[in-house]
Design a protein around this ligand. Sequence first.
Ligand code: RB5
Length: 148
Amino acid sequence: MIAIASDHGGYSLKEELREYLESKGISIKDVGTYSDERCDYPIYAKKAIECILNKECDKAILVCGTGFGMTIVANKYKGIRCASCWNKDVAKLLKEHNNANVIALPGRFIEAEEAKEIVNTWLNAEFIGGRHTDRLQMIEEIEKENMK
Ligand code: RB5
């Protein structure tokens, strides 16, 4: 199951992505927001990340205006690796090198078709391990030093 969340800046793209992924048979947990009324992105990023922490979902897709705010929130949690992606090449590397379990999208800067391509690329890419495993271990050490 994949959690999906947005604020008002990402709402319409989030709706398109949810419908698209569900049409492909992928189970989605939509934690809101549920309208384009102004709201606060930390609330919705937190809801999505909690779905990973409680093991209801193994991945999350976050959409706000830039993808940045939600990325900042997501990376406050231990074990979460997230970045905002604006094209499929960076989305592929986000999985291959960083083994990201969360992707953020800039709802105000990309079209729905591009976003679908980005999400598909990230979902289908594989972590390549090797030297990147060592780097992820270094990140875990930093988490241990700095997070409860
Ligand atoms: C909301 O106006 C906007 O700040 C938000 O969607 C996001 O871009 C924050 O990083």
